[in-house]
Ligand binder design. Structure first.
Ligand SMILES: *Cc1c(COP(=O)(O)O)cnc(C)c1O
Length: 373
């Protein structure tokens, strides 16, 4: 027995089995491990165009004030986003990524033994954060690749406090539509809070997809989550936000760390919000790229799930983890999907056209499909 084993026995029992979050492999790590310096990363749904140039310029201007604490209320960022979305400042809360808002919501709403209903094959943080507070995570099976809102409703019990949904869903890319969403919302008992995670909403081009903003009301327990990490190209800066009824957000503000959004993040996010040109370019790149990638993958004989996000779930018909490992050797970082319940799939995000080509070539080589392009 290790002389330190009593230390791990000191933690709360419900934390003992907590799985670590498996992030996409950073480029720097692959360089360290394999000495590859020209690797590409298409694993974390990041923006291949880089950060918004306006954000970079604004951040540089704020470097000389880093000795000062940031504005703990993110006053200007809140004002800007409030105008941008047409919501009240008190209906907004910012976080160190939207992950932080999720964490606050779970901590505020889920007692030990309380139930969080979500779906299978979704964002891993949902289950992790639930288990971290001693909650019970109830994943409802997808219908094919689709979130089945009626089944989610049927899974709600007396102990359910929170429902976590992701539209488009990561990692399937599938969406649910306004009609199903509206009957779902109307059917829920008022004690259940719904979180609509809209991390990929900027990539949607199907007009039937609901926007949580249209359902925001002071008396409705609904919180929408958005992030600057994906379409705005600021994943490394860590800014996201929630919008919802001020009565609930007021509590989340008390729970959060006072300086959770740092100075550079506040400045960068404000500037990115004004960079409509960058957002439009990003959307165009993603829409074209996902169409082209799907076409080429299908031509290689691989099945792709219909996607409204900036990534594609691909069935590889063999161990996705082995394909992932072989792709690393080719200097292409993608994501194995076993942790998401898809042992025979991989997920790739849309990159620059030359990155997409390199991914396709490497995949064809790794899977022995090169003759069929
Ligand atoms: C990327 C992502 C987020 C955003 O996370 P941040 O903490 O804002 O970087 C949230 N939800 C899902 C489902 C995501 O894939």
């Amino acid at each position: 027995m290790s002389p330190y084993s009593h230390i791990s026995a000191l933690v709360q029992p419900h934390l003992a089995g907590l799985e670590p979050y498996q992030a996409g492999k950073p480029l720097e790590e692959l360089a360290r491990e394999l000495g590859l310096t020209d690797a590409i990363k298409l694993a974390s749904n990041e923006n291949p165009l880089g950060p918004s140039p306006k954000a970079v310029a604004a951040i540089s201007q704020h470097l000389t004030t880093l000795h000062r604490y940031p504005d703990s209320h993110a006053y200007h960022l809140t004002e800007d986003v409030s105008r941008h979305l047409g919501v009240e400042p008190r209906q907004l809360i910012f976080g160190n990524g939207s992950d932080e808002i999720l964490d606050l919501l779970v901590r505020a709403l889920v007692p030990p033994g309380g139930e969080v209903v979500s779906t299978t094959h979704t964002f891993l943080m949902y289950g992790l954060l639930t288990r971290a507070v001693g909650g019970v995570f109830t994943p409802v099976p997808l219908d094919g690749m689709q979130v089945d809102l009626e089944a989610v409703f049927r899974a709600v019990s007396d102990r359910t406090r929170l429902i976590l949904l992701n539209n488009p869903n990561n990692p399937t890319g599938a969406v649910f539509y306004r009609e199903a969403w509206e009957s779902f919302l109307e059917s829920l008992p008022p004690r259940v809070t719904v979180v609509l995670d809209e991390a990929y909403i900027d990539f949607v081009d199907d007009s039937r997809v609901p926007q949580g903003l249209d359902y925001l009301a002071e008396d409705r327990p609904l919180v929408g989550l958005r992030t600057f990490s994906k379409a705005y190209g600021l994943a490394g800066l860590r800014v996201g936000y929630g919008y919802g009824p001020s009565g609930l957000l007021d509590i989340l503000h008390r729970l959060r760390m006072p300086f959770n959004v740092n100075r550079l993040a506040q400045a960068g996010a404000r500037a990115a919000l004004t960079d409509g040109e960058f957002l439009a370019r990003t959307r165009e790149l993603v829409r074209r790229g996902r169409e082209e990638l799907c076409r080429e993958l299908n031509r290689l004989g691989l099945d792709t799930a219909p996607t409204q996000a900036n990534f594609i779930l691909i069935e590889v018909g063999r161990s996705g983890r082995e394909v992932y490992q072989a792709m690393l050797q080719e200097g292409v970082i993608i994501r194995a999907m076993d942790a998401y319940g898809f042992p025979r799939h991989i997920r790739v995000n849309v990159g620059l056209p030359e990155e997409n080509r390199r991914f396709l070539q490497a995949l064809a080589k790794v899977m022995g499909l090169s003759g069929r392009t």
